[in-house]
Design a protein around this ligand. Structure first.
Ligand SMILES: Cc1cc2nc3c(=O)[nH]c(=O)nc-3n(C[C@H](O)[C@H](O)[C@H](O)COP(=O)(O)OP(=O)(O)OC[C@H]3O[C@@H](n4cnc5c(N)ncnc54)[C@H](O)[C@@H]3O)c2cc1C
Length: 184
């Protein structure tokens, strides 16, 4: 699974105190895998994240990594990224216009090609292998490998996605390794 993210600064005419939002889409867009996006705002008065009068906005949603086989510098990629930006900004406007959007600046967009470039993750995938109702737990990739002293940790290993899953995966590795060194 991949993510599309947007980061920008915003000036509202009326500030909203709530920081975390999930905006649901009524329709499915071919470029976007989920039917919703997450919006986080920096707190009013947090001048480390945005200058006075502005708030920092982060938007994220899911996209398919396999849709990003094009070259990062190609026109095809620029057009595709623009379509994603138009959808996310459009949905942001629909959800927040009643606060009065006075200004939006410093727009930056991330896609699986961005995550691949900056984090080195395979095809820019993020968030690990998603849980599926029809996938039994014993078919997930565990931390043990057939090679001695080599283990898997992180969101592609059991139990998977998210910070809680990654932390559990590290605890699981630690317990397995400690047991091994104790000869259990
Ligand atoms: C936009 C977005 C929103 C998210 N929101 C949430 C959320 O609200 N709640 C939640 O629980 N989870 C969330 N997640 C998921 C969560 O961030 C990940 O599941 C978690 O960070 C994965 O941790 P990890 O250590 O497995 O991998 P990563 O955090 O990706 O760490 C892997 C590290 O390995 C480095 N690396 C890659 N290749 C190499 C190499 N060859 N050599 C050395 N280093 C290398 C990378 O640079 C990176 O630092 C979100 C993810 C994204 C992208």
């Amino acid at each position: 699974m991949g993510a599309a993210t947007m980061y920008f600064g915003i000036k509202f005419e009326t500030d909203t105190e709530e920081l975390y939002h999930q905006v649901h889409f009524e329709q499915k867009f071919p470029e976007i895998e989920s039917r919703s996006m997450f919006v986080s705002l920096s707190a009013v008065g947090d001048y480390e994240r945005a200058p006075p009068g502005y708030r920092a906005v982060t938007i994220s949603t899911h996209v398919r990594t396999e849709d990003f086989t094009m070259d990062r510098k190609s026109g095809e990629y620029k057009d595709y990224k623009q379509r994603i930006e138009d959808i996310l900004i459009g949905k942001f406007n629909d959800a927040f216009h009643h606060y009065g959007i006075a200004d939006i600046k410093e727009i930056h967009t991330g896609t699986p090609l961005t995550f691949e470039r900056f984090t080195g993750r395979h095809r820019g995938s993020v968030g690990g292998i998603p849980w599926k109702a029809w996938q039994p737990i014993w078919k997930r990739i565990g931390s043990r490998l057939p090679l001695d002293n080599m283990f898997l940790v992180g969101d592609t290993a059991l139990p998977g996605q998210g910070l809680a899953g990654v932390s559990l995966s590290a605890i699981h590795f630690s317990n397995t390794y400690t047991d091994r060194t104790k000869g259990c």
